[in-house]
Design a protein around this ligand. Sequence first.
Ligand code: F6P
Length: 325
Amino acid sequence: MAKINCIGILTSGGDAPGMNAAIRAVTRAGISNGFSIKGIYRGYEGLIKGEVKAFTTEDVSGIITRGGTILKTARCKEFTTHEGREKAYETCKREGIDALVVIGGNGSLTGARDFGMEFDFPVIGLPGTIDNDLYGTDATIGYDTTMNTIMECVDRIRDTANSHERIFFVEVMGRDAGFLAQNCAIACGAEAAIVPEETTDVDQLAQFMGRGIRKSKKSCIVIVSESPKCGALYYADRVKKEFPGFDVRVSILGHLQRGGSPSAHDRILASCTGAGAIEAIKQGQRNVMVGIRNNEVVYVPFSECIRTDKRFDKRLITVLNELSI
Ligand code: F6P
């Protein structure tokens, strides 16, 4: 196996709080272990175009507290083609980059796997996404911060919902996964969650809402996972039509969920997995994602972590139902 001297690092896909902490960790752990580090701007797009800069420890100073990513990010169509990946490989050769660390979610790590296999190139992934939809790690970088942001927003919505005795449908991100919606519903004391993993019947939903309202409750919060067809607006419309007795409002939280200073949990996760990426390279690992399971750093083959069927524990549905009476 060729000796690795220089490691390139990039962030790709949707930004997530903690990505900067991960960039810092990879850079500093890399330099501490004798590697040189190059930052690649704008994800795979920058790798294709050659937007590369040599990083020193100063380049990552003071960024552990910041949301977003100092390396910028992009969703790059061209990298899904062989031609695009070939251009990226040319950049690596030209820049003397011997290995890559890719911080991103499902799509980004799929690209990392294809690139690594096609060019027999060492690539290490870090789980950077607010959606928590990657296998092999208990949590992804950004997920905890986003849950806290959602919780803060919903706590505020509860104040106005209570005052007007209204029902709020609050839409949260998550792409095709219900982790954010289900866990935030529990954290916010919501009355119900609508997640892609379960079909939700409107009559049953109305029953849930009415149950609380009729008793001591003065308001009702339903957390809804984003969905092109049946998001918060869809459910709110149906409830308004079919149960005109309810005073219904919708709040779509949108991209504010992705910003903000990372939580302690995300900073630690990013720091430990970032240092773990350098350890993986030292051990000669390739085409693996670094995760944390049961408080231990683990290396998970890309093919395993990008499976699309990671599901939250169904017992969380029972917990929410039992606690929302
Ligand atoms: O994957 C992260 C995520 O925030 C998803 O939850 C959401 O569906 C998507 O990205 C939004 O992407 P964009 O910022 O490109 O609109």
